[in-house]
Design a protein around this ligand. Structure first.
Ligand code: ADQ
Length: 490
């Protein structure tokens, strides 16, 4: 098959890159993360192009680095230049202080500010300009996430006829919440310019369709299909739910290697045979970390058998450190951990081990593999890949997953995880006790089912299902995806 026949253009806020300098000069490599893992194999097969912001104002020789990247990775990159002011108002402002909390049902944290909204439109227009310059006729353009909701609309305004698809990685709110946004009509109109809209869960998809029906009563919705069809008169928009996932085998095989096994063994040695509970999150108020600490505290109070026998390891990756709400959250976490540890600490046992940093791959896998319980309790989450990674890396099939019912992942994993309402401290404390005292047999049985689910619905199936829903179908892309999924299944 000719590599250039059908191309593929991906647009995301940030280019998935790591650029740094060592003794051999400037280096460039793909960032790690689910989206890159999912899209890179297909991008290189079809000579794709990825457009996004560089993510920093570092002065590196990007033209040369991008050429080197294309030669070694088989797909190309193009940068959208953003000024500090753009980043401040569009990214930190409208995307992270308006859309992010609103879409995660946290209305109290929303700022509605005309200046940041105007800038959001301006930066979406900048993205559209770069995409329009680079796009070829017939190419599928796939835009990602809430930072870029209007790009499709702005491309249509420029006369582009390409198939346009959009995927939202975070939840979509109910109309009761969305109606608070002064610019909801413009936002929905922007989204309706795409040909295909993908959401994480059926609930998100239904929320979106309900919002469209409220704001645009003339739009007819055919909801009987696998993908909802919205009839706008002159054109149709497909709306589906496609739960994102991970490369199961990457975690399954990665967790089984000797280096990880040894690191996992040391971890347990260090904690002297206690049961370990694990939380792994970006620093974010949607992840429910303070409530999780309080639930663990309540479990220690209510079930004294847990004292000296259970330790919560909470790993937090620094994130959005310049947004004030995130700085406050960091202080809150320090205070709660300090208080709980001072209250219960005895005979060399510290109830909460709190690490404010990223873990390298070996350590991340070792933590997943060795911790008996994963405590994943976001207040709201589009999907939550940590839950799936934990299952895939649980190669001894002895881990118990405690999962928030408000994580998108609950739709797939809820049956065999212990589901909790993260706002219900008492209920979460009881779930901690239930997980702690669960028999080996029940652990195995639940984890086997969870792993089978993540293995079956892996990230290659996610891409395949999404591309299958693009109309008219992108035959070659779909063909490549099916091939990759088959290879992954074998
Ligand atoms: P995120 O909010 O970033 O993503 P999540 O899905 O949990 O959340 O992914 C986090 C990633 O970061 C995981 O791959 C995890 O391994 C990694 N990570 C987290 N803490 C780490 C640590 N301490 N050290 C090393 N790695 C760490 C958004 C949405 C989610 C949605 C994803 C994908 O908010 O709901 O699942 O996009 O669509």
């Amino acid at each position: 098959m000719n590599k250039l026949d059908e191309q593929f253009l991906v647009v995301s806020n940030r280019l998935p890159l790591v650029v740094d300098q060592d003794e051999d000069g400037w280096q460039i490599k793909p960032a790690s993360g689910g989206l890159v893992t999912a899209l890179e194999p297909i991008m290189s097969r079809v000579n794709g192009l990825w457009i996004g912001w560089l993510g920093s104002s570092e002065q590196a020789p990007f033209d040369e680095l991008f050429a080197r990247f294309a030669a070694t990775h088989g797909y190309r990159l193009a940068a959208v230049p953003l000024t500090d002011e753009d980043v401040e108002l569009y990214y930190r402002g409208f995307a992270n202080e308006t859309l992010w909390p609103l879409f995660h049902d946290l209305l109290g944290r929303c700022h509605f500010d005309l200046t940041t909204w105007l800038h959001y439109q301006k930066v979406n227009d900048l993205f559209a300009e770069v995409v329009a310059e680079q796009a070829d006729d017939g190419q599928l353009i796939w835009v990602h996430d809430y930072q870029l909701a209007l790009v499709g609309h702005l491309l249509r305004q420029r006369g582009l006829k390409n198939r346009l698809a959009f995927y939202l990685h975070i939840p979509f709110p109910s109309f009761d919440l969305l109606r608070r946004l002064p610019w909801k009509k413009e936002l929905l109109q922007g989204l309706l310019s795409y040909d295909l809209l993908g959401f994480q869960t059926l609930r998100d998809r239904r929320n979106f369709v309900a919002c469209v029906r409220e704001m645009f009563p003339h739009v007819r919705a055919d909801i009987r299909r696998r993908v909802t069809l919205l009839d706008l008169g002159e054109r149709q928009v497909s709306v589906g739910n496609f739960p994102i996932s991970i490369d199961f085998e990457e975690f399954n095989q990665g967790a089984a290697v000797k280096e990880v096994e040894e690191a996992a063994w040391y971890l347990h040695e260090h904690y002297q045979g206690r049961q370990l509970l694990l939380g792994v999150d970006r620093l974010d108020y949607t992840k429910g970390i303070p409530d999780r600490f309080l639930a663990f505290e309540r479990a220690l109070e209510k079930y004294p058998e847990l004292r000296r026998q259970a330790t919560l390891i909470q790993v937090v990756v620094p994130s959005r450190t310049l947004v004030p709400d995130y700085q406050n959250l960091k202080e809150t976490l320090d205070q709660i951990v300090g208080r709980i540890n001072a209250r219960f600490n005895e005979h060399g046992w510290v109830p909460i081990h709190y690490l404010y940093r990223s873990l390298d791959r070996t350590q991340l896998l070792a933590h997943y593999r060795s911790c008996e319980i994963a405590l994943i309790s976001p207040l709201r989450d589009g999907m939550n890949l940590v839950a799936k990674e934990y299952c895939a890396a649980s190669v001894e099939e002895k881990g118990v997953l405690i999962l928030s019912e408000f994580a998108g992942a609950a739709a797939q994993l809820g049956e065999h995880a212990l589901l909790v309402n993260p706002y219900d401290i008492e209920g979460t404390a009881d779930a901690i006790w239930q997980a702690y005292s669960m028999t080996e047999e029940e652990r195995h049985q639940r984890m086997r089912q969870l792993r089978a689910e993540v293995r079956r619905n892996n990230v290659y199936r996610w891409v395949e299902q999404f591309l299958d829903a693009v109309q008219p179908r992108t035959e070659q892309l779909y063909w490549h995806c099916t091939e990759m999924r088959r290879e992954g299944d074998e």
